[in-house]
Design a protein around this ligand. Structure first.
Ligand code: ATP
Length: 435
């Protein structure tokens, strides 16, 4: 974990936010490599959930909204965590994260060890603000704590414009905000984070079938992108753990360095949300099936994943150290679709004679992949740097390239090198990346 945090800072993936002012309360900024990788995580999700399907369309709803949405959804009353205060050191904790001490069975403050804790009280996690210049009750607005309600309040708009019918889904990626009591573990739990959520509307009698389908489908997504199967599990929530809207939830969990942690929750939200918004808005949020002349409120299966948390899991799973020719190296074995750069273009020396060919190669590969161009330091050091940031392929241009119009491709994982004619390079790189 420390190695990942160090690497993220040192190579430009993730920086503590407002660092020159001493940081700001567990917020983080995504640097040049982080922004590429996070975008790749989101693109991989979008590709699998929207691009490769015919039954899902996209949405990008507003982050700010008035209280009515959150009244209807139940978040104003139910979106709370149990908060306890330590009377001794004044730290605050989430009661459901505190375990009784195996020795005396008492709950101790994780900071000072005291058992003098208050009773738990419900703490609402939504960030409240005011829209407009007057700060009164009428101007109260919330930052969304999940992207999900946008899908439900746009149900009719999407249904009418996309001409889909159940089973069909609405996919959305974007920022969500929760005033977490105890943020931490780097970007695992932050107050501002990104989610990738699908709301999949189905005929009620098919809900169980689709719930199982999405559990399987979503677990496989992580495996296909390189997280070893044995570091993942699906865990069903027991009855007390279920959210107020859910008839069944399973989490995809990853084995983080501190233990199992949720990457994604897959929930059967039933017709809770559509019915609640129908009751509060007065709109009929239903589907009318012309074939059967039947009118019904669909059930919703929701796979809800975190983009920032998932990026962290990809980094942890990819991190490796090995030895090449007796020398230790750090390597991120990231899937090519997730790695910040897919190809590094490395002219062997900075001599003027090599640069035009190196630039020609860059021009050939930039349209098909994200490329890093680097002509500083020794070639060995540049390979190590690319290994450390997870670049799957390096293309080296040397003095022979000027004679034979060929370049060397080096693979990150095997360090194997092959000579390839420049004319065949695009084909060769495309094949090797298998994007
Ligand atoms: P937790 O129990 O960890 O608080 P949750 O069950 O409340 O999470 P969901 O509401 O199911 O989380 O949100 C879906 C996904 O959004 C989570 O699986 C996680 O990947 C991501 N997520 C939720 N809260 C945070 C957060 N504070 N920081 C980063 N990612 C988050």
């Amino acid at each position: 974990m420390d190695e990942i945090v160090r690497l993220c800072k040192h190579r430009g993936f993730i920086f503590p936010s407002a660092e020159i002012y001493g940081g700001f309360r567990s917020t983080y900024d995504y640097g040049p490599l982080g922004v590429l990788m996070l975008r790749n995580v989101k693109n991989a999700w979008w590709r699998s959930m929207v691009q490769l399907r015919q039954d899902v369309v996209g949405l990008d709803a507003a982050i700010l909204s008035g209280p009515r949405i959150w009244e209807a959804s139940g978040h104003l009353t139910n979106f709370t965590d149990p908060l306890v205060d330590c009377r001794n050191c004044k730290e605050r904790w989430r009661a459901d994260h505190l375990e009784p001490d195996p020795k005396d069975g008492a709950i101790h403050c994780p900071n000072c060890g005291s058992t003098d804790l208050t009773e738990a009280r419900a703490f609402n996690l939504m960030f409240k603000t005011h829209a407009g210049p007057v700060e009164d009750e009428g101007s109260v607005a919330y930052l969304r704590p999940e992207t999900a309600q946008g899908h439900f309040v746009n149900f009719l708009n999407v249904l009418q414009t996309s001409r889909k019918k159940p089973p069909f889904g609405i996919a959305q990626i974007g920022k969500s905000f929760r005033n977490e009591i105890t943020p931490g573990n780097f970007v695992f739990r932050t107050r501002e984070f990104e989610q990738m959520e699908l709301e999949y509307f189905v005929p009620p009698q098919e809900a169980t079938k689709w719930f199982e389908y999405w559990c399987e489908e979503r677990l496989n997504w992580y495996v296909d992108l390189g997280i070893p199967r044995d570091q993942l599990r699906l865990r069903a929530h027991d009855q007390e753990e279920l959210s107020h809207y859910s008839a069944g939830t399973s989490d995809v969990e990853y084995m983080f360095p501190w233990g199992w942690g949720e990457l994604e929750g897959i929930a059967n939200r039933t017709d809770f949300d559509l019915k609640a918004h129908a009751a509060h808005s007065g709109e009929r949020l239903e589907f009318y099936d012309q074939a059967t002349s039947e009118r019904y409120v669909p059930y919703v299966i929701e796979p809800a994943a975190g983009a920032t948390r998932t990026m962290m899991a990809f980094l942890l799973a990819a991190y490796d150290e090995d030895e090449i020719g007796g020398e230790k190296r750090t390597v991120l074995r990231l899937h090519p679709r997730i790695a910040p750069y897919q190809v590094a273009i490395l002219p062997l020396s900075r001599k003027d004679t090599l640069i035009p060919t190196a630039q020609e190669v860059l021009g050939l590969l930039q349209p098909i992949a994200m490329c890093d161009y680097d002509e500083t330091q020794s070639i060995g050091k540049r390979y190590r740097r690319q290994d450390e940031i997870g670049t799957p392929l390096a293309v080296t241009i040397d003095f022979d390239s000027l004679e034979d119009r060929a370049v060397t491709i080096r693979e990150r994982d095997t360090t194997e090198q092959v000579r390839v004619p420049i004319d065949k390079l695009v084909e060769e790189v495309t094949g090797r990346l298998a994007l």
